[in-house]
Design a protein. Sequence first.
Length: 236
Amino acid sequence: MLALAAVLAATGCTDIRAVDEASEDRREFPFTGGRLVIDSGGADLRLVAGGGDAVEVERSLTGKATVEGNASWSLDGDTLRLRVKCSGFVPDCGGRHIVRLPGRVAVEVRNDAPVRAVALSGDITATVRDSWLRVEDPGGALRLRAEFDVEVTGARSAEVIARSTDRGVSLTFAGPPSRVEARAAGAVEVALPGGPETYRVDASPGRAALRSDPASARVVTAVAGAGHTALVRKGA
């Protein structure tokens, strides 16, 4: 007990005082490339379309994350690094980054916390550990992988490849895709838009709620985990 008290006295006082702290910052990073890598860790991440030529980042920190040295952000070439460090004995510690992307920039994301991308027109490649991934109203090609649920809504993407290693995948399209591949440890659901387009469908284990056209150039593959169902259908 004395040793523990000594550790807390030596290293924890600043952290304890930071329990009720919160901070918000904003920073712009000049960027002229066509592809941005976001290497993130320790905080929720939201990606949205921006109106300028720079990459804009809004950062919110709470608790121990506000302590100097526990959060960092930098752009090195085409890689944006975002870090929030939460450890020790203080429970109130967290952060969130909102990244505004210019134009049709393609983005590759790595994070160990929730990721949400909204109304991006460029291609998205995302890998999420220990959390979920949600993409809303995308226009570019998607390559998505998460440990928890993967959800896509309002997609006008021609090509979508999505995988959940521990939960389910749900894909809803606003425009007809050319290629879809959805695989999950849990259930898989693919909702295609209504219209005259036909699809070559492979749903396993499960069924397609629309007739598969073996001659179609549009291909949908849906593979669910053991004990779960893969469903491919048209309409909301």
